[in-house]
Design a protein around this ligand. Structure first.
Ligand SMILES: [Fe+2]
Length: 167
């Protein structure tokens, strides 16, 4: 993939200073980029549906892990953050349904919506919880060690991008 073709270019300014979370955000960006390529090159419904599935399941897994981190750290804004996650998943579901009902595919609408959402979510509420956790003295390093081991055991934690790259 050449540089001009990158739909969502990762930038260090998106870091929330928690490596596990950054890695997962980057993976979500990679999945979105993969989706963009598939849509642009008209790889077909089946391929695209597979990528969308990966996007949804990885998002669910990532949200679950993030929510666990905030819960363990007794983060005060856990509830509104969880509500944002829930809303996005419902919106994704809506878009998928709308897509099936429309004659014309709405992939580009979906892609730009997801890109904006992810960017704003990371730089907004994700950055806020990360800063609050680090300031409260919560041991992010210890949590990360535990999370990495646990995440590896979770289903849907596949490195999709790695799989696609080598396919
Ligand atoms: Fe989040």
């Amino acid at each position: 993939m050449s540089n001009e073709e990158v739909f969502f270019k990762w930038s260090p300014e998106y870091s929330v200073n928690i490596k596990t979370i950054d890695d997962q955000h980057l993976e979500l960006v990679n999945i979105l980029n993969r989706l963009f390529v598939a849509v642009s090159k008209r790889e077909g419904e089946k391929a695209i549906a597979g990528i969308l599935d990966a996007l949804v399941s990885y998002t669910q897994t990532h949200f679950a892990l993030e929510e666990r981190l905030m819960r363990q750290a007794k983060y005060k804004d856990l509830e509104p953050h969880m509500a944002e996650h829930k809303k996005l998943l419902a919106q994704l579901d809506d878009l998928a349904r709308k897509h099936m009902l429309e004659d014309k595919p709405i992939y580009f609408e979906m892609l730009s919506f997801l890109k904006t959402w992810l960017k704003e979510h990371i730089q907004g509420v994700d950055t806020k919880y990360s800063a609050a956790l680090q300031q409260s003295g919560f041991s992010v390093a210890a949590w990360e060690r535990e999370a990495t081991a646990e995440f590896a055991l979770m289903s849907n934690s596949k490195k999709w991008w790695e799989l696609w790259k080598t396919a």
